[in-house]
Design a protein around this ligand. Structure first.
Ligand SMILES: [Fe+2]
Ligand SMILES: [Fe+2]
Length: 273
């Protein structure tokens, strides 16, 4: 199965980047399925129904979440009903939505997607390792037929991400890091066949502070006061990974970092962020 997984899509600029670059990437990689982390699609923080629909209309099939997923309450009911969206599994019992989904491709092949949040330098949630083990134990029956299993591990610490990938090596097709918005140059296949990358990076304004206005970011550090984030403006880029997974074993044949930025500098137009 050929897969494109895009890192955190940040605001309107991120959606513009997906719209602009995904058609070319489709031609180049012929993906069977396209995923994106959508925790920042609405104005850089959270998801709304409208921005989620925009992402789907760009050709994204499945959307994963992160710590910002709860920002807009309107998404809560959508998380319950839309099986194309997954939020971190290790939030407390009773949180809206689901921590994993199983998606069936047009040709009948199935892909399971699991999302978890790291706990180092982040909220103190339930252990993501044990959440993943529980999912895999449940997988045996419920996800029968979903040989391809992807994990979006949304975490700050590379140490936690690496350890997480070793804990799941050979049991999932790939562990892909999100959240830092900075793409890492460590795409690799672990000894038991799990593809790994510490962070996919982001889709959005490259010359920014993680997709947000750099002046605001600087002011927050200089004053230690709460300045409201606002999305950055400027040329956009897309970051993510391409994966090829063996449909029989569910193990990775290839992982490659993907990065698109236009020499002619595609800019995000002013308007709804
Ligand atoms: Fe993010
Ligand atoms: Fe995040």
């Amino acid at each position: 199965m050929r897969i494109l997984f895009l890192g955190d899509v940040v605001g309107r600029a991120g959606r513009v980047a997906v719209k602009e670059f995904l058609p070319g990437l489709r031609e180049e990689y012929c993906p069977d399925v396209v995923l994106a982390n959508g925790e920042n699609i609405a104005g850089g923080l959270g998801m709304t129904c409208e921005t989620l629909d925009e992402l789907f209309s760009c050709g994204v099939d499945l959307v994963t979440g992160g710590n910002h997923v709860w920002r807009h309450r309107e998404i809560f009911s959508r998380l319950e009903t839309d099986r194309r969206v997954v939020r971190p599994a290790n939030y407390p019992e009773g949180s809206p939505g689901r921590g994993y989904v199983v998606h069936t491709l047009k040709d009948g092949r199935r892909i399971a997607v699991f999302n978890a949040l790291g706990t180092m330098f982040m909220d103190a949630l339930a252990c993501p390792f044990r959440a993943a083990f529980s999912w895999l134990d449940a997988c045996a029956g419920e996800d029968e037929g979903a040989v391809v299993r992807l994990v979006d591990f949304h975490a700050e610490s590379t140490g936690e991400k690496k350890a997480f990938s070793w804990a799941l090596d050979g049991r999932v097709s790939a562990v892909l890091g999100t959240h830092t918005h900075v793409q890492t140059a460590d795409a690799q296949i672990l000894p038991r066949g799990t593809a790994y990358m510490s962070d996919l990076g982001m889709c959005g304004v490259e010359q920014s502070s993680l997709g947000m206005d750099a002046d605001v970011a600087v002011a927050r550090f200089l004053t230690r006061m709460p300045h409201a984030f606002k999305p950055a403006r400027g040329p956009v880029s897309l970051n993510g990974a391409y994966l090829d997974i063996d449909d029989v074993t569910g193990l990775a044949r290839e992982i490659r970092a993907v990065r698109s930025h236009c020499p002619a500098a595609v800019r995000s137009p002013a308007g709804n962020e």
